[in-house]
Design a protein around this ligand. Structure first.
Ligand SMILES: [Zn+2]
Length: 138
């Protein structure tokens, strides 16, 4: 008996009739339905978010040097830095800084858009800053 006869789609449980031996889904639709569902479940898992924060922190730490360091945004992307994840914000007159714990970055904007980030260490004076996340709510 051909082992391919035993393969069932992980989403709809129908036999998988063609494709590679390790194929898990009968169609692209089933594959994306399955992954979308799993993503919802994953997103509810606290450990997943903590892992993202840890990864972001690890990346920032590895880029950080005393003084000011400028790093290409593409280097962050290559390491799967998640820009939606940070622990606090500081805003100066010129820039906005996104921190993960004590290390953060400020996007540097030039005529090409944002291609580089300035890496900085959290400073005592930044504590007094209050970010008004609700400013744009009407
Ligand atoms: Zn299917």
């Amino acid at each position: 008996m051909n082992s391919s006869n035993n393969r069932l789609c992980k989403e709809c449980n129908q036999p998988i009739l063609y494709g590679r031996k390790d194929r898990k889904f009968c169609s692209a639709e089933c594959k994306s339905a399955y992954h979308n569902k799993n993503y919802q479940i994953k997103f509810r898992n606290k450990a997943i978010h903590e892992k993202i924060i840890q990864n972001n922190y690890h990346i920032l730490k590895s880029f950080f040097k005393e003084g000011k360091t400028v790093i290409r945004k593409s280097s962050f992307d290559e390491l799967n830095f998640e820009f939606n994840y940070f622990t606090t914000i500081y805003r100066s007159k010129k820039s906005i800084y996104f921190f993960v714990y004590d290390i953060g970055y400020a996007p540097i904007i030039d005529h090409n858009g944002i291609r580089k980030l300035l890496i900085v260490e959290y400073q005592e004076y930044m504590k007094t800053y209050r970010f008004d996340a609700w400013r744009n709510i009407k």
